[in-house]
Design a protein around this ligand. Structure first.
Ligand code: AMP
Ligand code: GLY
Length: 429
């Protein structure tokens, strides 16, 4: 088979790495890929949202399966276009991708389907939103409706911050049309968790739980990033909580989308808050998480291509899915300055010193320049290790991180650490 993966980050490197292990795969392409992906796949320089050029490429190269990483390609309608031409593509239709593409769509869907989520109101005028805020109790969360590269959510402790959020989103329009509408919602409290499910539109199975670390600095301080590290499993998602997440959130969402005529084929990613009243959905994403995927896929023992093909063909109930019991930790190494301004082009040294067979280095922002590997993005590498438990996996990952060097590199020193501390004091296991 010929397989095409779309995207350029650590998530796509993890997907390519796992797909490459399948004996069914003859040629593996990635558009556009990165410096690490280029070592295992043929990279082609096509942007993920240039869906027409991607279609042409897939037709020319006789691609048997396309696996879509970023939401932008899905929201641009890549699945509809490929399927209309008879090509197999793993990822939801444009209509189903609205679950991530529009917070208003997603919240209204959750309300219709009785999926537990924060109570909310929708506004399409700044004045009305401000009037509402003046009477409201804080904290509250203000969210732009559309895609904002992860920056459209403001957790507001008081009216002043909420007023700034409304002004930036709806008046200054810093996110463009994504800010035509906003959602104002209750601020939920509790630890966060990510649960991802693969669905063929009707059947689904959940992947092992994970958690990412969104803030740039240790102890969850500083601005949000794309994710500074992750681990799996997430011991807070105990069996009975996972049952609630499946029965109250994932299953009603898959069934609801099917009943409403937008069968969801792909990865349904529930971003959750584990509140005192039980798990609630903060949001849905319609794709693999980044960096959750980096700590989930190394635990998959089965052939990912078989699973994705079964999902594309509506026969997921036949898929055999086995998981490695071990834990996995991914530590992201970023460019100093990220998520603000940073420089590219620094030589990356020391990767050849990582010899542990349980460690894999997923590249995010790297490229090859004149035969050597240089930095080329905010998040540069995801150093990922398996271990018999989270402690062991974390120790291996940080040991590997200590071998890597580039100018101005930055990483969090506490990936999975908070949880390990809690585990020690509450007996989580
Ligand atoms: P979202 O893109 O909706 O997941 O929001 C990004 C981040 O904002 C989440 O991971 C949470 O940390 C935070 N967040 C979003 N919605 C809420 C909420 N209703 N209550 C508290 N925090 C939230
Ligand atoms: N890790 C969060 C995301 O992929 O959106």
């Amino acid at each position: 088979m010929n397989v095409l993966v779309i995207g350029a980050g650590g998530r796509e490197h993890a997907l390519c790495w796992k797909i490459k292990q399948s004996s069914k795969v003859k040629r593996l392409y990635c558009a556009p890929g990165n410096g690490g992906i280029a070592q295992i796949a043929e990279c082609v320089n096509i942007a993920p949202d240039d869906v027409h050029l991607l279609l042409q490429f897939a037709q020319n190269k006789q691609i048997d399966l396309t696996v879509v990483g970023p939401e932008a390609s899905l929201i641009a309608g890549i699945s509809d276009l490929f399927q209309a031409k008879g090509l197999k593509v793993f990822g939801p239709s444009q209509a189903a991708a609205q679950l991530e593409g529009s917070k208003v769509f997603s919240k209204e869907f959750m309300r219709r389907r009785n999926i537990p989520t924060a109570v909310y109101k929708v506004f399409d005028k700044a004045d009305a939103a401000l009037d509402f805020l003046k009477m409201a109790q804080f904290p509250l969360v203000v969210k732009a409706d559309g895609l904002c590269a992860g920056k459209g959510v403001y957790v507001c402790g008081d009216l002043k911050i909420a007023g700034t959020a409304v002004d930036e989103i709806m008046v200054q329009k810093i996110f463009g049309a994504a800010g035509d509408k906003i959602v104002i919602e209750e601020c939920l409290q509790g630890p966060e968790a990510s649960v991802l499910a693969i669905s063929d539109g009707r059947h689904f199975f959940v992947l092992p739980s994970a958690q990412d670390h969104k803030r740039i600095f240790d102890d969850d301080v500083g601005p949000n990033t794309g994710g500074m590290g992750s681990f799996s499993p997430n011991p807070r998602v105990k069996a009975e909580i996972l049952d609630q997440i499946i029965n109250r959130i994932i299953e009603p969402a898959i069934r609801g989308m099917h009943q409403e005529g937008h069968a969801f084929k792909g990865v349904l990613f529930a971003g959750l808050m584990l509140t005192a009243e039980g798990p609630k959905a903060l949001e849905f994403n319609v794709r693999f998480g980044d960096p959750e995927t980096q700590s989930i896929l190394p635990r998959l023992e089965s052939d990912l291509v078989d699973i994705l093909l079964a999902a594309c063909e509506g026969r997921l109930q036949e898929a055999k899915v086995r998981w490695d019991e071990r834990a996995c930790v991914c530590v992201v190494i970023a460019s100093g300055g990220y998520p603000g301004k940073y420089q590219n082009g620094f030589a990356i040294r020391g990767l050849d010193q990582i010899k542990d067979p349980d460690t894999v280095v997923f590249h995010a922002g790297t490229k090859n320049e004149g035969g050597s590997l240089v930095t080329n993005g905010g998040r540069v590498l995801g150093i990922t290790s398996l271990g018999r438990n989270l402690e062991a996996a974390s120790a291996k990952a940080y040991n590997a991180v200590s071998k890597v060097e580039f100018d101005h590199m930055f990483f969090r020193r506490d990936i999975a650490a908070k949880l390990l501390r809690e585990k020690a004091s509450h007996g989580l296991h």
